[in-house]
Design a protein around this ligand. Structure first.
Ligand code: G1P
Length: 271
């Protein structure tokens, strides 16, 4: 069973400047609700029991958002507003599941994952990248089903425009399992159009094995000087660990860019 999830939240959010000069991008409201709450709701619905937030000192605002009991209690005592009581209850529900670890230097997603090592108990865990919202169908839930069926690691995937491959982790297919699921032969982080083995991109949902930590400890920085989770995954694949790419059915929204963030508000308002 997949019971634990990790969410890297230490990213600087430069694609959303100027908003992120003072604000954590994951708290920006999308149709009145912070982006991170959509991610948490996806986790809860998929059966996740605890979530590790990897934040930095600069993103302490995220911790304050969930751990502000004194503030809520004072307000509720004064004003018995049912809406506020309801919101506080929701925050309490989230708060119970969350633990924090720190990544103070933005050294990459692989480095962020490594910071959560002490807390991971089971053989496999889920990772969600908060910039990637997937609406209409719970992607984590579908991936957990695939994991159970094949007892393997799983990554969310979708076909992208060939011209944009250098924005993503791109994989080479080894074998088709069925219409939506593929065994992966290779995965490479942000290749050039010339080097890309396909136009199949990895999207920010991963079911990873605990053994990935032993790869991450030894891993040298890759593209752009960062430690990428993609490179650790590639090392595991080369040692015959099974990784399945799952073409999810939901709708993908890139909330990490200004255009995508604005679009996500419009899309979610339509639901
Ligand atoms: C990360 C991963 C990349 C993946 C992407 C999905 O990149 O490193 O492999 O395709 O998320 O959104 P980032 O968005 O951090 O540049």
């Amino acid at each position: 069973m997949i019971k634990q999830a990790i969410i890297p939240l230490a990213g600087l959010g430069t694609r959303l400047l100027p908003l992120t000069s003072v604000f954590a991008k994951e708290l920006l409201p999308i149709n009145g609700k912070p982006g991170i709450e959509y991610i948490l709701d996806e986790c809860i619905e998929a059966g996740i029991k605890n979530v590790i937030f990897i934040i930095s000192k600069k993103k302490i605002m995220i911790k304050d958002y969930f751990f502000n009991d004194i503030f809520y209690k004072k307000i509720i005592k004064k004003k018995k507003d049912p809406r506020i009581i309801q919101e506080y209850k929701k925050i309490l529900k989230y708060k119970k599941m969350i633990k924090f670890v720190y990544q103070n230097k933005p050294l990459g997603t692989g480095d962020a994952v490594l910071k959560s090592r002490k807390f991971i108990k089971d053989k496999f865990f889920l990772m969600l990248l908060p910039d990637d919202l997937i609406i209409k169908k719970n992607c984590s839930k579908s991936m957990i089903k695939i994991h159970k069926r094949f007892n393997s690691s799983v990554m969310a995937s979708m076909n992208v425009n060939k011209k944009t491959v250098s924005r993503w982790g791109i994989y080479k297919l080894y074998k088709k399992i069925d219409k939506k699921n593929f065994l992966i032969k290779d995965v490479i982080e942000k290749p050039s159009v010339k080097d890309a083995p396909s136009n199949k991109a990895v999207i920010g949902r991963y079911i990873l094995p605990k053994t990935i930590f032993s790869k991450l400890i030894k891993q040298k920085p890759g593209k752009g000087g960062e430690i990428h989770i993609t490179d650790a995954i590639q090392s595991l694949i080369k040692e015959n660990n099974k990784f399945i790419a799952h073409n999810f059915s939901g709708k993908y929204l890139d909330c990490g860019s200004m255009h995508g963030y604005i679009k996500s508000t419009l899309e979610i308002a339509k639901l």
